[in-house]
Write a protein that binds this ligand. Structure first.
Ligand SMILES: NC(=O)c1ccc[n+]([C@@H]2O[C@H](COP(=O)([O-])OP(=O)(O)OC[C@H]3O[C@@H](n4cnc5c(N)ncnc54)[C@H](OP(=O)(O)O)[C@@H]3O)[C@@H](O)[C@H]2O)c1
Length: 308
């Protein structure tokens, strides 16, 4: 099959197109013919070697942890899917080797879900990694409840686009941060209050919306942003970050879950959650798309069409 691979850690220049052996569906696995994948910051972090202490890496590595496509074949014992099913998945495996900037990937059945019916495969490819991250952080870790005041940093990014909406579905009052160009987007997603982090007005906004402090801070940015957000927490409030371990809170790392992707698909099909704004590029533009992601200013998602 055709794939984008890299044989050593480095800049975007290590990415190249190659012909590699296609994976096969082992027992309990499905083989997906990938139609679209998406860019996540973890893709360039892996390429630069930042995750080498966290997972075993086997070169040549195919980047990419998101997929939308069609089941090509199923392994022994697979019961939930059959050839031709339209699916989507967050595709992280125990070792970093097989990714989704490629024509096929084999995955445990448990990581895969039927794609939301109301959206195209193109749009669906941008959902799994960021959708699951937001779903798990807001609903499973922070356990946001109706009426709570929630601060979300980085609301216009991939994760933030879903975190705002999941918090709203839970009935929360949401304050979200982003730069000047993304204030309208935060409101469209359902943020009750949009705050421009470049203007230094977060504390003022927090005083107006959550005078006793926020019940929950969900941070996607880290550093000074997380430090400032943590000062706006109510005593006994919960901090969850996906960027770094907070002083008094929880760091969450997203885990694959077909069952939770099915719940997200239902929310999308019921019109309760809309997909993040999505830009589409060719897989042959993967290097440029990773550079763009590394700038930290992508709005919503960038999806790659697998059109070698
Ligand atoms: N632990 C996990 O499981 C996990 C899972 C997913 C992602 N992550 C990590 O979480 C981070 C976010 O991921 P993502 O996919 O959402 O990234 P992303 O889509 O690249 O986020 C980019 C967005 O962040 C906004 N932004 C940048 N600096 C900001 C600041 N100081 N304050 C508020 N907003 C700011 C940008 O808005 P402006 O252009 O307006 O500045 C842009 O819209 C990444 O570091 C990623 O690696 C971790």
């Amino acid at each position: 099959m055709k794939a984008i691979v890299f044989e050593e850690f480095g800049s975007e220049l290590v990415l190249k197109e190659a012909e590699v052996a296609a994976p096969k569906a082992a027992k309990g696995e499905v083989l997906i013919r990938i139609a679209h994948t998406s860019i996540n910051p973890v893709d360039w972090k892996i390429r630069e070697g930042f995750l080498k202490g966290m997972f075993p890496h086997v070169f040549p590595i195919i980047p990419g942890w998101d997929a939308a496509g069609v089941i090509e074949a199923v392994g022994e014992g697979v019961t939930s899917f059959g050839p031709g099913d339209e699916v989507y998945a967050y595709t992280r495996l125990p070792e970093v080797r097989w990714g989704t900037y490629a024509e096929f990937i084999a995955l445990p059945e448990s990581s895969v879900a039927k794609k939301p019916k109301s959206i195209t495969s193109t749009i669906a490819a941008g959902v799994p990694l960021v959708g699951l991250t937001a779903f798990q952080s807001i609903n499973k870790i922070a356990k946001v409840r109706a009426g709570e005041r929630v601060l979300i940093t980085g609301g216009s990014g991939g994760v933030g686009s879903y975190a705002i909406q999941f918090a709203k579905v839970a009935g929360a009052i949401v304050v979200a941060t982003a730069g000047s160009n993304n204030q309208g987007y935060l409101k469209e997603l359902g943020a009750t209050h949009a705050v421009d982090y470049t203007k230094g007005t977060l504390v003022e906004a927090a005083r107006a919306v959550a005078p006793e402090g926020f019940d929950v801070v969900f941070d996607t940015i880290g550093g000074e942003t997380l430090a400032l957000a943590s000062t706006l927490l109510k005593p006994g409030g919960r901090v969850v970050s996906i960027s770094e371990t907070p002083k008094n809170g929880t760091f969450h790392f997203v885990y694959p879950s077909g069952a939770e992707l099915s719940e997200i698909a239902k929310l999308i099909d019921e019109g309760k959650v809309r997909p993040a704004e999505t830009t589409v590029r060719s897989v042959r533009e993967a290097a440029a798309a990773q550079v763009e992601s590394r700038s930290r200013h992508v709005r919503g998602k960038v999806v790659l069409a697998i059109n070698f």
